[in-house]
Design a protein around this ligand. Structure first.
Ligand code: BG6
Length: 506
């Protein structure tokens, strides 16, 4: 729930480092374009792509238009407003290492300031390889522009650091150059509609909160499964793996939203304090018992939906003996009053059987069972399933009496489906987050302590895995649900992973 509530941002110049790169092409410019079409862009705005590739303004605009054509939720120029939007786009060729060249940024801002007769806000989006972030941030920090705490902001993409130490160093560097309030660490999952709805479900309804605890909840699961492999990102992925790529950020963020205490208000720091409390309460998994709590996997060659695919170790820019995991499953406990003893199982992986992100809240069994034994052949405990993507729905499973003369019970679902309930198009995560950043609402962005607390949670697992290279990789086939050990991880507690059955649509 972006709290912008239709507020228009003030005049803004958006600088996108990595302007000619993939993220801008696929996500950022399409998002800004959609904000423009929906009337959310400031009255006065400009977008400047920054990169090393040679582009004239016109060629750059054409390149971005192709991105909109290929990747936006609104393809091409449906309302004939592209030309008006494109006029605000320029391109700056700049070598990130060349300190002198940064004056072009200040000059451009001054130009708009004179033209608009107002001092604009400035947003720097660092959509660049992580190793370039310190250098660019340092050079930007030297500009007078960035000393303006109220008007200048910097957005930093993930991965935020490679481990706890490097994340801490990056935080030190950034907070030495900017105020914490100016730094927007992005996790695009926080901009997803269904993710924002977790807080609405929990805290805008009186129904759930009283039972949202260890007295009523048996366990919680988060599954984030992808049907793609690492594609052309082998080089990046070799430095990352599933734990760093997905668990440290997206999955732990989802977990904090499910597990956090009720906020007093929706101020950025209030929400972030409550989330950090959860991360700090996660029981430390020691290196020694990491194998009991965490499972890793790597995909072999095989078939994915009828198409032959390579093993991870055969992918481009991947070491043929790579120990990097493309699948991870972890069992967490949260040591506080609310969650003591409730397991949180999370799993994520590439080339899994289905693309799905779901959160499952499995409730305890009723304390007494009054029905005749034969009534309960298909009896199941209550379960709330929050489906984040691609299905967008919330399902509550409960028992119902099957019609007929005998007392037979079976589980049924009460379903809230976004698509059925609302006609409005869903904004993409980057639209919500870019708008929030322009407005200056940092609620859905990560604070420095949040990022470090999340690294602390997964560091012992990373270290244990690095110390003991895997002996059984590759250990799962494409189109499966990952390695058998992941099934064992949850089965040991008498549970099993939940997958979402398709909705029966007439
Ligand atoms: C990114 C990861 O952060 O999230 C990718 O680097 C992953 O590896 C992607 O594919 C998943 O995002 P989404 O929005 O498609 O679930």
């Amino acid at each position: 729930m972006s709290t912008n509530n239709h507020k228009k941002p003030p005049a803004t110049v958006v600088f996108i480092f990595g302007g000619s790169g993939d993220l801008n092409n696929r996500k950022l410019t399409p998002a800004l374009h959609n904000l423009f079409l929906d009337g959310y862009m400031p009255e006065k705005f400009a977008i400047a792509g920054i990169g090393r590739t040679e582009f004239s303004d016109e060629k750059f605009r054409q390149h971005l238009f192709q991105g909109i054509q290929d990747f936006s939720r609104r393809k091409g120029d449906p309302t004939g407003q592209w030309a008006e939007f494109a006029q605000q786009i320029t391109y700056l060729k700049l070598d990130a290492g060349d300190a002198e060249a940064y004056s072009a940024i200040t000059d451009l801002v001054k130009k708009y300031e004179a033209e608009w007769n107002i001092h604009p806000n400035v947003l720097f989006y660092l959509a660049v390889a992580p190793q370039l972030v310190p250098e660019i941030a340092t050079k930007l920090g030297g500009l007078n522009l960035c000393k303006d705490k109220n008007c200048t902001r910097i957005i930093v993409e993930k991965p935020f650091g490679h481990d706890l130490e490097s994340a801490h160093a990056l935080n030190q560097l950034l907070t030495g150059l900017f105020n914490e309030d100016q730094i927007y660490r992005i996790d695009h999952y926080l901009g997803k509609e269904t993710v924002q709805n977790i807080l609405a479900l929990r805290f805008a309804n009186a129904l759930f909160e009283p039972i949202w605890n260890r007295n009523y909840i048996d366990h919680i699961q988060i599954t984030n499964a992808e049907t793609v492999g690492v594609e052309d990102r082998g080089g990046y992925y070799e430095q990352s793996g599933a734990l760093r790529d997905m668990v440290q950020n997206h999955i732990l963020q989802l977990l904090t939203m499910v597990a956090m205490e009720a906020p007093v208000n929706f101020e950025a720091n209030e929400i972030r304090n409550k989330k950090v409390d959860v991360l700090n309460a996660i029981r430390k998994i020691t290196r020694l018992d990491a194998h009991e709590y965490a499972v890793r996997g790597q995909y072999s060659e095989g078939w994915m939906k009828g198409k032959q695919v390579k093993a991870y170790r055969q992918e481009k820019n991947v070491n043929p003996e790579s120990p990097i995991e493309t699948f991870a499953a972890v069992k967490f406990y949260i040591d506080n009053w609310r969650w003591q003893g409730v397991p949180f199982y999370v799993r994520t992986g590439k080339y899994l059987h289905e693309k799905t992100t779901i959160i499952t809240i499995q409730f305890k069994q009723p304390p007494h069972y009054a029905f005749p034994i034969e009534a309960a052949e298909s009896w199941r405990p209550n379960r709330l399933t929050i489906s984040i993507q691609p299905e967008m729905d919330i399902r509550l499973r409960f028992q119902a009496k099957r019609p007929g003369q005998s007392m037979t019970l079976n589980p049924v679902d009460m379903i809230f489906s976004y698509n059925d309930a609302y006609n409005e198009p869903q904004p993409e995560a980057y639209e919500t987050l870019l708008l929030d950043a322009m407005i200056g609402n940092a609620t859905q962005f990560m604070r420095s302590d949040q990022v470090e607390a999340a690294w602390k949670v997964i560091m012992p697992i990373i270290e244990a895995w690095e110390l003991r290279p895997p002996v059984d990789f590759p250990n799962y086939s494409p189109d499966s649900w990952g390695p058998e050990d992941a099934e064992a991880l949850i089965a040991r507690d008498g549970n099993n992973w939940v997958v979402l059955p398709p909705l029966n649509k007439d």
